[in-house]
Design a protein around this ligand. Structure first.
Ligand code: PLP
Length: 389
């Protein structure tokens, strides 16, 4: 296969060789069940404890037992939402944002069908959280506020500490889906003042299929998966030792990247890409709050053409990116994030998300900046929307 230029790291990242190497012994050599009485299995209990400590450090959790291993961030999100409402049955109001990942959005929609009053807080044209609306709708009846730390599509960072402070003034539980923030920017659960937080290993060079739900000590909690006594009866299921080890190794590497200047280099390449596009291609807009963004993401709208067509042409050069629209029932619908931001139709359809990582090179960016302008020009020539412009 020819070389891949992988700029879709918000979808998933490479599980790096150091992580794979750390995981390997736990598949077929040290395969004992961590809950077993014998030493062969019991030794893996210690391995899990060490991993739990590593992950706690990454997000500055004060106690290792605040870390619950799950099968993915979708499970963490579902667990958080249902725990918060089930532990406060007297409250019937929940709040989230209009730009969440479906792993939060769908549980909220479900609870709405079950009689909960739900407020979806809007965003402005830059994707910024509408704090005024939030302050207006929150009340003593609010059981849960769940707001993402960073947006998957635009990278926009929300003021989680400020939101958590207000949530607590009304006695609500504060959950944040930090999947797109962890490993990219410092995430500190104490400074942010959150009660629950979700993360996923495969977004920072760990394996797919392993996540974490952080639950602050003292937070009332009910499990989502019931069965065995694992994770102090908070998440049933035999511990996935190889993946837990992989997550911990990825957490260790991520922590290093956050302190050694790596992420600043990623941001510099992202900015170079963005500026290069803006300077060479007309009718382009950057979506999101460029002053408060994770360092690896840029979401660019190319007016009057479709994101999917751009991706297909980029694919021919081995360039992987994502579009901000989803093909539903044969028609291309702009993403709910861009719709919530009010991005005009002719721009929302032509949006492309480039998400970099520490593996992205200068040569990658140079190639994209060389190949992209002629692709856009070619597509605009054949686009029916261009003629309307
Ligand atoms: N939340 C956000 C913001 C995400 O970007 C994703 C993955 O795309 C998820 C949740 C789901 O994570 P997982 O694939 O671990 O279920």
């Amino acid at each position: 296969m020819s070389r891949i230029i992988y700029l879709d790291n918000n979808a998933t990242t490479q599980c790096v060789p150091a992580v794979v190497e750390a995981m390997l012994p736990y598949f077929s050599e040290k395969y004992g069940n961590a809950s077993s009485m014998h030493n062969f299995g019991g030794e893996n209990r210690h391995v899990i404890d060490v991993a739990r400590h590593q992950v706690a450090q990454l997000i500055n959790a004060q106690y290792d037992d605040e870390i619950i291993f799950t099968s993915c961030a979708s499970e963490s999100d579902n667990t958080a939402v249902f725990s918060a409402v089930r532990t406060q049955p007297q409250k019937k109001h929940i709040i989230t944002s209009a730009v969440e990942h479906p792993a939060v959005m769908e549980p909220f929609r479900y609870l709405q069908t079950q009689g909960y009053k739900v407020d979806y807080i809007g965003v402005d044209a830059f994707g910024r959280f509408n704090m005024e609306q939030f302050k207006q709708v929150i009340s003593q009846d609010t059981a849960l506020v769940s707001v993402m730390w960073a947006n998957s599509e635009t990278g926009t960072i929300f003021p989680i500490a400020e939101i958590a402070k207000i949530a607590h003034e009304y006695g609500a539980v504060m959950h944040t889906d930090a999947v797109q923030a962890v490993g990219k920017i410092p995430v500190d659960v104490v400074a942010a003042g959150v009660d629950m937080l979700s993360l996923s290993a495969h977004k920072f060079h760990g394996p797919k299929g392993i996540g974490v739900l952080y639950v602050k000590r003292g937070t009332r909690f009910l499990p989502y998966l019931m069965g065995g006594h694992q994770e102090k009866q908070r998440r049933a299921g035999t511990e996935n030792v190889p993946y837990i080890v992989g997550l911990a190794k990825a957490a260790e590497l991520a922590q290093k990247r956050l302190s050694d200047g790596t992420m600043a280099k990623v941001a510099a390449l992202r900015d170079q890409l963005e500026q290069g596009i803006l300077q060479t291609i007309p009718d382009v807009k950057v979506n999101g709050d460029t002053a408060h963004r994770v360092p690896n993401t840029t979401n660019v709208s190319f007016g009057y053409i479709e994101g999917e067509s751009i991706l297909m042409f980029l694919n021919e050069f081995g360039i992987c990116a994502s579009s901000g629209s989803a093909c539903t029932s044969g028609s291309l619908e702009p993403s709910h994030v861009l719709r919530a931001m009010g991005v005009p139709f002719q721009f929302a359809h032509g949006s492309v998300r480039f998400s970099l990582s520490d593996q992205t090179t200068q040569a990658d960016i140079d190639t994209v900046l060389k190949e992209l302008p002629p692709i856009i020009e070619r597509l605009r020539k054949i686009s029916p929307f261009s003629r309307l412009a």
